[in-house]
Design a protein around this ligand. Structure first.
Ligand SMILES: *Cc1c(COP(=O)(O)O)cnc(C)c1O
Length: 410
């Protein structure tokens, strides 16, 4: 059996430099050397597999593969917490309301700490166990922190969190209850990020879980795409994903890329990124070709409120290569989508997740979307599977849900 270490390397998406995976290697040294702190991370590394050998392995198993076979850490290091395998909803009621068929909801709020972030935390925790690091550090405004805290608790790791003072209380309480060390930082997420980097560089036993900076955050999130393929019994036609730093977006692409390179699917599904109008750095850069700094964000969807999207360059590279799209939704549309989703299907998503559903409604149903609540039973139109990824549980942010309740629609 080939050891996992010999099956993949880290590869810089900008210059192609390769590195042997290790806890010290985070970003590409040469590309990162010219980093401007006001732009996305330069030199983000991707896990780059030896696909021919992987394919042989799968063939040797009679063509069977498991999602966990495609992760770069052996199972014996996985923490004992049931991350992933979240339900793929087949919401018949919604199909009837909207007059569409083939719309699926991937409910990642069903993860143990309530968000898709658990997929990244799970792989990072496994890697920390494997390489003998006892502390994991992360800067976050909420879900990445509470996720690492919860998964770290299961793994028996110490978790050090850097949060801006303004972070939502529920996510802070969650982190503390899981037993993490929470340092509140004056200023923004960027200040918390700097504090976490300083901490990581001055403590040898620490592994960084900072989003995009730690290559395994992207690789961990790819499992959501692999599960969608597995549970549909084939590839979807299109997937709607909300976008903040752009790590989930890149992770979804990574999962389908694995399937493409292994010859399991023949074509990349269309990936549609959804951003809030008040936090649209990736959408703007995708259009203009470059990032502009210094635009303050403002959106009800705190988990996708990002001024400098850490994974901006890689996210845009993927969107371009695979003809993806990015669409914008307003806070009003997000809150309305959150309310419709909850009252029509029984799925309560936090605003950042509901943004993806708002994007779907806007994209597929256009301006007619606001009248849908009036028309109940419709003719069903046959469609290929389309998946809306719901990334976080609604109970994480009750304040915003209150705003949705007091909005006029539906
Ligand atoms: C983090 C997060 C996102 C956005 O993910 P990025 O990788 O930052 O683009 C979306 N929804 C929820 C609930 C999140 O926690």
């Amino acid at each position: 059996m080939v050891r996992i270490e010999n099956l993949f390397r880290y590869r810089c998406h900008l210059c192609g430099n390769e590195y042997d995976p290790s806890p010290e290697i985070l970003v590409c040294h040469s590309c990162h050397a010219v980093q401007d702190p006001k732009e996305p991370l330069r030199g983000v590394l991707e896990v780059c597999w030896d696909y021919p050998t992987l394919r042989q392995r799968i063939e040797a198993q009679g063509g069977h593969w498991d999602v966990l076979d495609l992760l770069p850490v052996e199972r014996e290091f996985f923490p004992p917490i049931p991350v992933g395998n979240t339900p793929l909803w087949k919401p018949f009621g919604l199909w009837k309301r909207l007059g569409v068929e083939g719309l699926y909801l991937k409910d990642d709020g069903a993860n143990p700490t309530g968000s898709l972030k658990d997929r990244a935390s799970f792989l990072v925790a496994a890697f920390a166990k494997k390489v003998g690091r006892s502390i994991v550090a992360v800067a976050s405004t909420g879900n990445a922190a509470s996720s690492m805290a919860g998964v770290g608790a299961a793994a028996g790791l110490k978790v050090q969190i850097f949060m801006p003072k303004s972070a939502p209380i529920a996510k802070r309480v969650q982190s503390l209850l899981y037993g993490a060390d929470v340092t509140l930082v004056e200023g923004t997420y960027d200040d918390a990020y700097d504090a976490s980097l300083e901490y990581c560089s001055s403590h040898r036993e620490v592994l960084s879980r900072n989003t995009a900076q730690q290559p395994l955050t992207i690789e961990g999130k790819k499992t959501v795409a692999l599960e969608i393929y597995r549970d549909l019994g084939g590839p979807p036609k299109r997937v709607y994903v909300s976008v903040g730093d752009g790590v989930i977006l890149a992770g979804v692409y990574r999962g389908f890329e694995d399937l493409l390179r292994l010859g399991i699917i023949g074509q990349m599904p269309e990936i549609v990124g959804v951003q809030a109008e008040g936090s649209s750095a990736i959408a703007r850069a995708f259009k203009r070709g470059s990032f502009e700094g210094g635009i303050q964000t403002h959106t009800v969807a705190d988990s996708i409120s990002v001024e400098i999207p850490r994974n901006g360059y890689l996210a845009i590279e993927k969107l371009k290569r695979y003809n993806g799209r990015v669409i914008l939704v307003s806070d009003g549309e997000i809150l309305e989508a959150q309310k419709k989703l909850a009252s029509w299907t029984g799925l309560f998503s936090e605003p950042a997740g509901a943004a993806a559903f708002a994007g779907y409604l806007k994209d597929v149903l256009g301006t007619k979307a606001s009248t849908y609540h009036e028309t109940l039973e419709r003719e069903l139109v046959e469609e290929e599977p389309v998946v809306v990824l719901l990334t976080g549980n609604g109970l994480k942010d009750v304040e915003s849900a209150l705003k949705a309740l007091s909005s006029k629609h539906p």
